[in-house]
Design a protein around this ligand. Structure first.
Ligand SMILES: [Zn+2]
Length: 214
């Protein structure tokens, strides 16, 4: 999942209004941030170039359970954490680096610890659902409202293979669900309306064309 530097919704809304008529818009102002300095922006671009992008079938594949809890697994989780940080993301699933096993990393607090989660399954979801804005490191420029359960309980393992249980609400629950979706080959595009998906596809096309011009 992408972090706070995802395209600012106000700007997206302005672009949308130029291209089509829309009846209702929600503006999420909490996501507005200062633009990145050029050096940091370049590092982010380099990191994003190492994240598998939409169109690659690995993003549509189901990841297999991890059964070796060895140094290689810990090293991979560490690399994923670094890549996530460089890309200014809040979560990254193994599919997004082209590895089809059930491993994800995430961090919900800006200066907080990066968590690695292995073989997660969602054991319980709250009846209450809530909408929230999401971006994805594999879907350049896309920033969409996704409705999900507000709370989840996840059963998983840590990098040593020990069983863990995670109770999460709000943004924490959202990030976990987004990353677990990746392990199933599911993207946020599958969780939005057809009209929003069409808009997201257009945004990605434009982002790619801009990239080609760089
Ligand atoms: Zn994602």
């Amino acid at each position: 999942m992408s972090g706070p530097s995802a395209p600012n919704k106000l700007q997206r809304v302005a672009e949308k209004q130029l291209t089509e008529e829309i009846d209702e818009v929600e503006v999420d102002e909490t996501r507005e941030r200062e633009p990145l300095d050029p050096e940091r922006a370049a590092r982010r671009r380099a990191a994003l170039a190492r994240v598998v992008q939409f169109g690659d079938p690995v993003l549509r594949s189901k990841a297999a359970p991890v059964d070796h809890f060895d140094e290689a697994l810990a090293a991979e989780a560490a690399r994923m954490g670094e890549l996530m940080d460089e890309a200014i993301g809040v979560g990254l699933a193994a599919n997004q680096i082209g590895a089809l096993h059930r491993l994800l990393v995430y961090r919900v607090e800006e200066e907080g610890e990066i968590h690695a989660v292995v073989n997660p399954t969602i054991e319980w979801t709250s009846d209450e659902r809530e909408p929230g804005m999401e971006g994805c490191l594999s879907l350049p420029g896309v920033w969409v409202e996704v409705e999900r359960p507000a709370g989840v309980r996840v059963r998983a393992q840590d990098l040593t293979g020990a069983e863990i249980e995670i109770e999460a609400e709000g943004f924490h629950a959202r990030v976990l669900q987004h990353e677990i979706d990746h392990l199933e080959g599911t993207l946020i595009l599958d969780r939005i309306s057809r009209a929003d998906r069409r808009e997201a596809m257009r945004t990605m096309r434009e982002a790619r064309e801009d990239g080609d011009r760089d």
